[in-house]
Every structure is written in C-alpha cells, then in structure tokens.
Design a binder for this molecule. Sequence first.
Ligand code: PDD
Length: 283
Amino acid sequence: MLYVGGKWVAEGEAAVHPEDRGYNFGDGIYEVVRIYKGKMFQWDAHIARLFRSAREIRMNLPWSAAELGTLARQLIDKNGITEDDDATLYLQISRGAAPRVHDIPDSIEPVIMGFARKKERPLAEMKKGQTAQLIEDIRWLRCDIKTLNLLGAVLVKQYAKDAGAQDCILHRNGIVTECSSSNVFAVKNGALYTHPADHLILHGITRQVVIDLARENGIPVYEEAFTTDFLKQADELFLTSTTAEIMPIIAVDGQPVGEGSIGPVALKLQDLFEQHINASVLV
Ligand code: PDD
C-alpha cells in the first residue's frame, strides 16, 4: 500500500497530477529511512533533515513530526513488514500541483507520498567492497538539500557505470565532495577524513553515525576538504548511506585502494555500526 496525497492506494493505482511541481520541476524533497527488524533507524535525524530541507526550499509542511511518524509506522505495518524484516521507507513531499509557472504559487498544498518495501541488507557486498570512478561533480550548489531533483546524480552514476565501475566519487576542481547517493570517507594513518557538512554535500545521517561511533572509539575524524591526490593515496576508502551502510571502495579508476580489499578501519566501523543497530532495535 502507498500513501498518496492523503489516501491509501494499491501500487499501480497511484496517480500524479500532470502539473504536480515535483513531477514537472523536481520541486520537492524526500527521505529514505532504513527499517531494521521492523523498526525505524535514526527516524528523528531523518525527520529533522526533512524539515530542514522544507525550510530551505521555502515549503511550509502542514504535518507535525509526530504525524509523519504515525504515517511512517502505518506504511510499515500496512506493507506486512514485521520484526523479522529489514526494509526501506520512502517519503517524498512535492510542492503540490498548480498551473505551471517557475516562481512559487501563493496558495499551494504540498502533496505527500510514501511507500515501504522489504529490502535485505547488502552484507556480502559490504565485506567484498565496490569499485568507483572519479568524476567531476556536475550537480548544483545546494547539495545539502535532499531535493527530488536528482538528474545530476543520475548522470554521474551512469558515467561511472559506463566506465565499468559500480559507483562514482565526485570532485569539484580536484576537491572530493561525496558520491552520487552516499558520502565518502578516506582513511589515512588510522584517521578518518570526510568533506565538511556544508552546501556541497548532503549531510548524511549514516555519515554522522559513523563520525560519532569513530570518535567514541578513539578513531580521529577530520571533517576537512581533501584532494583527489589525497584520495588516491588513502589507506582505505568507504562510502556511507542508509541503504549501502558502510561500503568499502576497493579500487578507484581501476587502481587498487590500499591492499585492494576491505581494510581494518572499515571493518572495525562496520562492527561498531552493527552493535549500534542491534542496540537501537532493542529499544
Ligand atoms: N541517498 N549523499 C547523497 C547525495 C545522497 O543521496 C545520500 C542518500 C547520502 C547519504 O545520506 P544518508 O546516510 O542519510 O542516507 C549522501 C539516499 C539513500 C537515496 O537517495 O537513495
């Protein structure tokens, strides 16, 4: 079951207004939330980011955080996701439908849409790692907003796939930002390096969990911009996201990173992340 604009509908029966601004302009915002064993992971952080994205695009949300929490829970329950299941929950809010003009219409009601699907964790891949291609970051300059307008991400990911890599690492004039749908970390001499949470990257929730876990466990973290040369000399690389969790990058542009397999710091962080998930699904 999907929730679309205030109604519960079966998949295949949902309709989009032809002048919905999410559909016409990518004018809207979204969140992807992880469900572990039927429970929402980091819900408060996702809802805070959703409200921040709304503010940044000048959208007034007519729902409270508690109402959205109830909706999320209903999406999980109505889709048969139980404590035996891992899943993802998708929530998007379009600016709404109005005759097509570029500026924001005065009276317009946001349209919410949500679904939840069972989805297994990428555990085998997290041990094996992925390959990546370095690509210029062609996206706009407000990557901190989780907007529906994802064409930049679509194109860079496809360039990477065309080059035979599984993912891409983006840079602006030689400064590494993030990946198409995840954040990136380099490990050098036992310390973590990642781009600061400014307008050039999405402030990833998994990124923040990893930073906190690292600091709590004595792994130094530098939220500092670094170059593609630094990246190529890193001992380890990994990306983080809600769906990919902590995914090692074992080769960049066809060249192995470190030993060319998952490194000890990524392994340690995966272990800490696992303990953190287990502790949070017990609550
Ligand atoms: N992507 N950077 C970008 C550009 C992203 O799109 C995402 C998330 C992240 C990681 O954020 P988080 O840890 O909060 O998931 C970083 C989601 C999962 C997606 O678009 O599917």
